[in-house]
Design a protein around this ligand. Structure first.
Ligand code: SF4
Ligand code: SF4
Length: 446
């Protein structure tokens, strides 16, 4: 089934499969909302339009759930909003809602009942994927990653080889070394969006004197890309491939420089997917740096530059690494300044959850890198054009905070955030330099 198609039988089957995997936690999310709208205040997509508030976006999943699970709505569906999309237009509207969520978790921590609308919207994406509704670029990447074809693409290969060459210029690394205590896991997506972060992290690990290694070849495009589209089977295949590799190295620590969803995926989701408790610990490089700083094992050159930190939702809000980056960056710049919404309530950049990865400028960039022209229908193009405009609205508040901070450099550690902030700071004409934490630290190493 294509983006354009519609088949009620597929929709019905997708609903059946989606409701058969609900957990007690998702049942809590589905059943206990009192419609107080407190969560709407923080959602980056509320300013785009009323229908993009967290509860409205999660409503289609509730429609599926009510119709499949509860008895009264099954008998009187029209009274309870228990319905499946009956037309292509209705299904497209659900896609539009599901792809206006970054899964940033701000609704979750704002809700007095602990309801995570973002998780429901993610489940809704899974339902949509089962009906064939995945944006074309995302689908292309999911398929390339699942099949392993991405590793052979000349464009991807060239970017990766360039990063490997630069890494070898700054660190004497023996790739794929079994028995290394620390395994650094950079991704192909970092080689594309933040290529400087990989040699920078290699330099940091070497400078800290750690027994470390990294893969000679990329194992995935990022973490399983399928998790952004709700493609469970692809996630299972890619996660298993990476997990087997990590086990073959036997590392005690798996280190990430990307603090976006790969960090939380490997830390929290992987054990459930592979069905066993990993023997390694997942850490972000900032955790190693904080330990080294406190033990006096590392010193930085000081700068007066006014720098600030944008906390990636996954690393900060979900991973709890909120003050660690501040500690590291404050020890580099005496003019470090926090953004207004620092901490648990840090505003989302607006482009997470694959949004910045599928908007038209990214599509053009990816077509050039991969050398594959991507044809999208008029219908999908209209959806993507609107999504791009809406993403810029969703990111406006973050850009305003950056402007008010007076910082000349914005540091973050998620490639999605860097990519999105590139779009939004340009759109609002806020002139700042965007850098990864690893690059800032590597430049400041004595
Ligand atoms: S997870 Fe973030 S973007 Fe998604 S509904 Fe909640 S607040 Fe909005
Ligand atoms: S804050 Fe919680 S209870 Fe209130 S509308 Fe949002 S999800 Fe529902």
């Amino acid at each position: 089934m294509s983006w354009e198609g519609y088949n009620y039988e597929d929709v019905r089957r997708a609903a059946e499969e989606t409701t058969s995997h609900l957990t007690p936690v998702s049942l809590h999310f589905l059943e206990n909302c009192v419609s107080c709208a407190l969560c709407e205040v923080n959602c980056p997509y509320t300013p785009v339009g009323e229908e993009y508030g967290p509860v409205s976006k999660a409503e289609p999943l509730r429609n599926i759930y009510r119709g499949k699970v509860n008895i009264l709505p099954r008998l009187f569906p029209w009274l309870f909003g228990a319905k499946l999309p009956k037309t292509k237009e209705e299904l497209d509207k659900w896609v539009d809602l599901a792809y206006h969520c970054t899964n940033c978790g701000l609704c979750y921590i704002t809700c007095p009942f602990g309801i995570h609308s973002g998780e429901m919207i993610k489940t809704l994406r899974g339902f949509l994927a089962k009906t064939g509704r995945i944006p074309s670029l995302l689908k292309l990447m999911v398929d390339a990653e699942t099949s392993g074809m991405f590793a052979e693409n000349p464009g991807f290969r060239g970017l990766w080889e360039d990063v490997i060459r630069k890494t070898l210029e700054v660190a004497n690394v023996e790739f794929d070394r079994k028995g290394a205590k620390y395994l650094y896991m950079p991704s192909l997506a970092e080689a594309m969006i933040t290529p400087g972060a990989i040699p920078a992290t290699a330099r940091i690990l070497s400078k800290l004197g750690l027994n470390w290694t990294m893969p000679r070849n990329p194992l995935s495009i990022r973490a399983p890309i399928g998790s952004l589209a709700g493609d469970d089977e692809s996630v299972r295949v890619v996660a298993k491939r990476i997990y087997d590799y990590i086990k073959s190295i036997g590392a005690e620590y798996v280190v990430f420089s990307d603090g976006g969803y790969p960090y939380t995926f490997f830390r929290f989701d992987l054990p459930r997917i592979v069905g066993e408790e990993p023997s390694f610990k997942v850490v972000h490089v900032v955790e190693l740096l904080v330990d080294a700083l406190r033990e006096g094992k590392v010193k930085f050159k000081q700068t007066q530059e006014r720098i600030t930190w944008h906390s990636p939702c996954k690393m900060g809000r979900f991973g709890g690494l909120i003050e660690e980056p501040v500690e590291v960056l404050s020890s580099i710049s005496q003019n470090f300044v926090k953004l207004k919404s620092h901490g648990l309530f840090s505003k989302c950049c607006g482009g997470g959850g694959s949004i910045a990865c599928i908007v038209p400028p990214t599509q053009e960039f990816m077509e050039k890198v991969m050398g594959i022209p991507l044809k999208v229908s008029e219908n999908e193009k209209a959806f993507l054009d609107k999504l791009y405009r809406d993403m810029l609205i969703a990111g406006r508040e973050k850009v305003q905070e950056i402007k008010e901070s007076g910082a000349s450099t914005v540091v973050t550690a998620c490639i999605g955030c860097i990519h999105t902030l590139g779009f939004t700071t340009r759109a609002y004409d806020v002139k700042v330099t965007l850098k990864t934490l690893a690059e800032v630290v590597a430049e400041a190493l004595d």
